[in-house]
Design a protein around this ligand. Structure first.
Ligand code: ADP
Ligand code: ZN
Ligand code: ZN
Length: 664
């Protein structure tokens, strides 16, 4: 008796068997419609088997085999198997999450629009060069170009503006000429419309599929099918693009590989970067991880000789140099409305010269706290352990953790005092202060409140690039990849909160953010300057930043991590849980910790509540599992995740996060 083993999107980690219909034979990788309970579902055939553990009389036949999309290739199924096993999720859920919505539906795909015949492989590979590579770029291109035949991971460690993109483009040109497909992953596509334009300019005849989660279903399905049919030569996308079948994959690029947004924070909590490395292995092709500030995991892999490191130490535009970085000592400089004198003077000088300034503050809204100084009351979220943020623009108090909002109260709800104070500052307040100081300046604020839509953000950024702003105020959104030719000054207002954080990754993140945001300045002939306001001007991180010494910073961080027993010297997984009452969460986690004896080399820590214990009405805690041995940890996690569901009360929400990076 021959059966199909299919992966179905149901929350259990097993495959489902169906009888093969000899009239419509199916093979692994085919999508099939199968009866499941009272409904029909789409499954993906994973194996063909002889016999089944299910009694023959209870086996149902496949309803139909879908052939409106290409059969999913073996290396793709292999990747799905790997991800499901590594991140401890059901294969069916993993497969379903990787397919665009329309391929998960039992409804047939709309008939394919008649298109020009697919280009032959290697066609459309015309490459329009913008620059002659400089010698560092040429070396990187030669080294990677000589390794196109098999798997090899490269770190392209290039300072901001060193021309990493030019290196990617030239390598892609080589790969396309040989008929291969290139996969390029970027943190967030909406933020970098310039990047897509550069690709289209460099490859005017190539089919480029752009993939990200904000696409409409139809567009996403179309791009996905283009890639899966081998017709798109370049796939440019966010982390989910790594889950696309690419029959001729010959090069993988991960730009800004250190970026935390490569990690998915729900469902299959995969790292897009790590999945990309695995993918390149399966496709037996090289992968290039590009960044000015590598993640310590990647740096460690270079030190250990697993990745080859190529360096672009200089900016590519002739005459452009890295910015001068200086600290402004807040212990001696008084800061009026949050801006120290050297900062306002530096902005004034830029205005006089017609250059742009960027003021970076990692907090949106007007002020993070609204308080009553008479009785000590502060506006808090009813559903979270956090303060409500004052948003002056639309006169609301808003919780940044659960999204709850309410009007600003006219008086203190406990003592009736009408003189409520906004404490601290966010982007809106800084914008207000700057507008008062420099009434003639054109000020543009960029954060998630000012620009809710990607298109709007892209338009604003393009305007800034054309010189239609004098001062930019914004958050993280401004740190990434933008090229503003007239920007010569970056001011960082509140770096210290990250220095004081208890998260062991905060120094790494702060260094990366400051190097990236600082890297927006001085990208042309005029030199750039970065001013960082701080109470800790002697902090070694600022010294390393001023020397542009990533390597020195990374080595000192790694030494600390090694002695403290933190990643990358150990591997981790977190079990997180939430429910109405913290007691029950802690009880569940304590029981989970004792569910299986910890094997040798695996350490299970006691559960601890999250810093923001309550979020959206649920109380949260987590426990950490560590091991220096990846296989030992994986082995334990496999057994543990099989045993956990039975031990969880029905009302408990929980998940495992393998290689977690967020601990708030
Ligand atoms: P990165 O991605 O490393 O930050 P980019 O690839 O965006 O850097 O390049 C930064 C700037 O340098 C761009 O304006 C680019 O056009 C320019 N550039 C890149 N390579 C060269 C080169 N070989 N000669 C001159 N300019 C270059
Ligand atoms: Zn009061
Ligand atoms: Zn809240």
């Amino acid at each position: 008796m021959r059966v199909l083993r299919t992966a179905l999107d149901v929350p259990v980690a097993k495959l489902f068997d169906y009888l093969i219909d000899d009239a419509a034979p199916a093979a692994p990788g085919d999508r099939v419609v199968v009866p499941f309970g009272a409904r029909q579902r789409v499954g993906v055939v994973v194996e063909i088997g002889d016999g089944s553990a299910v009694a023959a009389a209870r086996l149902k036949p496949v309803a139909r085999v879908l052939d409106d999309a290409p059969r999913l290739p073996a290396d793709w199924l292999e990747q799905m198997r790997f991800l499901a096993a590594y991140y401890q999720r059901p294969l069916g859920e993993t497969v379903a999450g990787a397919l665009p919505p329309r391929l998960r539906s039992v409804k047939p795909l709309p008939r394919r629009r008649e298109q020009a015949a697919a280009p032959g492989r290697g066609a459309g590979a015309r490459f329009v060069a913008s620059h002659q590579p400089n010698s560092a770029q040429a070396t990187a291109i030669e080294r990677i170009g000589a390794a196109l035949e098999g798997f090899q991971a490269f770190l392209l460690h290039g300072v901001t503006g060193s021309g990493k993109t030019e290196v990617y483009l030239r390598l892609i040109a080589r790969v396309l000429a040989r008929g291969g497909q290139a996969l390029v992953l970027v943190p967030e596509i909406g933020l970098t419309p310039q990047l897509e334009a550069r690709f289209r300019h460099a490859f005017p005849d190539a089919r480029i599929a752009v993939l990200h989660s904000a696409l409409e279903d139809a567009a996403r399905t179309h791009a996905w099918l283009d890639a899966a049919r081998g017709e798109a030569q370049i796939v440019l996308g966010t982390r989910l693009a790594v889950l696309t079948p690419l029959p001729h994959l010959a090069l993988v690029v991960v730009d800004e590989e250190h970026d935390a947004s490569f990690k998915q924070q729900e469902g299959l909590r995969y790292s897009g970067r790590d999945a990309a490395v695995q993918r390149a292995k399966l496709a037996d092709c090289p992968i290039v991880l590009g960044t000015a500030t590598p993640s310590l995991e990647t740096w460690f892999n270079c030190s250990a000789g697993r990745y080859a490191c190529l360096t672009l130490a200089e900016r590519a535009v002739p005459g452009a140099r890295l910015p001068v970085v200086r600290t402004v000592d807040l212990r001696t400089e008084s800061a009026e409305h949050g801006l120290a004198k050297p900062v306002t003077e530096a902005i004034r000088a830029r205005l006089a010269r017609g250059e742009q300034s960027l003021v970076f503050i990692n907090r949106r809204g007007y002020a993070p706290v609204l308080a009553c100084e008479a009785c000590g009351w502060a506006a808090g979220c009813a559903r979270c352990t956090s303060h409500l943020v004052l948003h002056a623009a639309d006169r609301k108090l808003r919780c940044h953790h659960c999204g709850a909002e309410q009007p600003i109260p006219g008086a203190c709800p406990t003592c009736g005092n009408v003189d409520l104070r906004a404490l601290g500052r966010g982007t809106q307040r800084v914008e207000e202060t700057l507008a008062a100081l420099f009434p003639a300046a054109r000020i543009v604020r960029i954060d998630r409140d000012s620009t809710r839509r990607r298109a709007e953000l892209a338009r604003k950024l393009e305007g800034v690039g054309r010189g239609e702003a004098d001062i930019l105020v914004g958050t993280q959104l401004l740190a990434k990849g933008h090229d503003f030719p007239d920007l010569t000054l970056v001011c960082v207002l509140n770096a210290d909160s990250a220095l004081l954080s208890t998260d062991f990754r905060s120094a790494e993140r702060l260094f990366a953010t400051l190097a990236q945001v600082g890297g927006r300045s001085g990208r042309r002939e005029q030199p750039g300057e970065v001013l960082v306001q701080t109470r800790y001007p002697g902090h070694p991180m600022f010294e390393a930043l001023a020397r542009h010494d990533y390597a020195g910073f990374a080595e000192s961080q790694l030494a600390e991590r090694r002695s403290a027993g933190f990643p990358p010297y150990v591997h981790e997984a977190a079990l997180r849980a939430e429910a109405k009452k913290l007691d029950s969460v802690m009880a569940f986690l304590r029981a989970a910790a004792r569910l299986l004896p910890a094997p040798a080399g695996v350490r299970i820590y006691d559960p601890v509540p999250h810093v923001i214990t309550r979020r959206a009405g649920l109380e949260r805690a987590q426990l950490l599992v560590q091991s220096a041995s990846r296989p030992a940890l994986q082995d334990f996690l496999r057994q543990w995740s099989a045993a956990l569901p039975a031990s969880a009360p029905k009302t408990m929400r929980w998940h495992l996060d393998v290689d977690p990076i967020e601990f708030d």
